[in-house]
Design a protein around this ligand. Structure first.
Ligand code: CO
Length: 484
């Protein structure tokens, strides 16, 4: 039977919610059911991270961002693909697994059961190690921005322990979930924020061997909630959103920390530019909230102009303390808009323009263009241009011509972050594949979709059907090395 494609696809909230079931079982198998063909040139390993356990026993965490990090590894070799998944074995994960109940407060929405009495003065968070996984300098690192990375065995995904880069980071220090790699030197740039009434921003540089070779600690005025940054040769750029934090309900045990955040829509976002040598420069821009940046580069030296592409929200997505995230009404959630900022350092001025009128998230570019002038951006998007909805499609934007290519997976399918895999030896920016994890609510299973990055509208090159679902993930990476 031929499936009928509707031109006005809608989605059911119940279908979307079904992707937020925990995957407790750990698997290790060759994927048998493949539609299409895996290109034989595609060789290497995808690592992904995301909340895989969304509650303990009968109790659910208050927000998926509090869920425990589940690492997925997919190895591509000779037209075949191998799947493996394993939890990051943090002490908190082990303790909750043993107790079969929630023992820790989560940053975003999870209170320990027992009301305010059980939470009062408990200022310790669980490190769920759930946001990203990077392979760098022979180390596979599971990342969560408010604490040290966890080091994993890339072959078995077994947890080795916390990574301090030879004691360069102290216990309890922060390390971003969004480091950026200089494609020329192979150095990994990262940062950590320690925040309060005032903040400290620590800039880290880790060489290709995985050793921390530089650390700069910079004071930053006020509260800072910074998820991502931009690196380009000579500069690092951070957006300090006008977010205030009211710690009182958190300390008193009424609310989780994430629900105590408030965006001042009348305030201004500060763009902080840190030159490699020289004092930081701060430029005010319009208020907005940025989780993710796409990329940035030096557009001209005289006048000195830096370009930064980012996903901007007009308000903070709601994190109400009593709200069940599974009852979310997407039409009331602010859409993420792709915005190009021009930071004119010569005239101390910032301008901005919207590059795409469509709700988008999880932007990626070809990794070899990091810090350079990119032409193509790949993102998750909604099936229709509006109103706001879950991510069901992949969009490729050509920022030079404005051309968009979109592939939607249909009304019962929901996607995570697209990942760009370069074709070996490629010279064109978009020569490669887009891999994306898709949850199909009709079968309650997930598949890995591969698209040709040059022809997104042509649809999938291959669909790799898994024997189970994978809960919605966050970020990941690709390495040409074979693991798992
Ligand atoms: Co992120």
């Amino acid at each position: 039977m031929v499936a009928v494609e509707s031109t006005s696809l809608t989605y059911q909230t119940a279908d979307w919610v079904a992707g937020y079931e925990s995957l407790i079982q750990e698997h290790d198998y060759w994927i048998e059911t493949i539609e299409g063909e895996i290109p034989t040139q595609l060789r290497g390993t995808i690592f992904r991270n995301g909340p895989g356990r969304l509650g303990v026993g009968e109790q659910r965490y208050g927000h998926p961002f509090d869920g425990d990090g589940l690492i997925v590894a997919i190895r591509f070799e000779d037209g075949r693909a191998h799947f493996q998944n394993r939890f990051v074995r943090t002490p908190e994960f082990e303790a909750e697994q043993k107790a079969q109940k929630i023992l820790y407060r989560g940053v975003f929405g999870t209170q320990k059961p027992g009301g305010w009495l059980a939470n009062i003065f408990d200022l310790t968070f669980k490190n769920p190690a759930n946001t990203n996984v990077v392979y760098h300098g022979g180390k596979l690192l599971a990342l969560w921005e408010a604490s040290l990375p966890y080091r994993l065995d890339p072959q078995t995904l077994a947890t080795d322990g916390r990574e301090s880069f030879g004691q360069a980071l102290k216990s309890g220090e922060a390390f971003t979930a969004h480091p950026r790699r200089d494609p020329k030197t192979g150095d990994l740039m990262a940062f950590g924020v320690s925040t309060g009434i005032n903040s400290t921003l620590s800039l880290y540089r880790i060489n290709a061997k995985g050793q921390m070779i530089q650390r700069r600690d910079q004071p930053m005025k006020g509260f800072a909630f910074i998820h991502d940054f931009v690196w380009m040769p000579g500069y690092q750029v951070f957006f300090q959103n006008p977010v205030s934090f009211n710690p009182l309900p958190f300390v008193l045990g009424f609310q989780s920390a994430g629900t105590c955040l408030k965006l001042d829509e009348q305030g201004s976002t500060q763009a902080w530019i840190y030159p490699d040598d020289g004092e930081p420069i701060s430029l005010p821009t319009e208020a907005g909230f940025v989780f993710h940046h796409v990329n940035g580069y030096v557009e001209s030296q005289d006048p000195q102009i830096l370009v930064v592409d980012s996903i901007v929200y007009d308000h903070l997505p709601p994190l109400e303390p009593i709200e069940d995230y599974r009852q979310i009404n997407f039409e009331q959630v602010p859409p993420g808009r792709l915005v190009r900022f021009r930071l004119d350092l010569s005239h101390r001025h910032v301008s901005q323009e919207v590059l795409l009128e469509r709700s988008v998230e999880f932007p990626v570019i070809a990794p070899t263009y990091m810090g350079g002038r990119h032409r193509y951006i790949y993102m998750g998007t909604t099936d229709q241009p509006g109103p706001n909805a879950p991510l069901q499609a992949v969009v490729k934007l050509d920022v030079e011509t404005g051309e968009q290519q979109i592939h939607s997976f249909g009304s019962q399918c929901f996607i995570g972050e697209p990942l760009f895999i370069p074709q070996p030896g490629a010279t064109q920016e978009d020569a490669g594949w887009i891999s994306v994890m898709v949850f199909d609510a009709s079968s309650k299973r997930s598949f890995v979709a591969l698209l040709d990055a040059q022809t997104i509208t042509a649809g999938t090159v291959a669909k790799l059907h898994l024997n189970h679902h994978v809960p919605y993930g966050l970020h990941g990476c690709f390495t040409p090395e074979l693991f798992g």
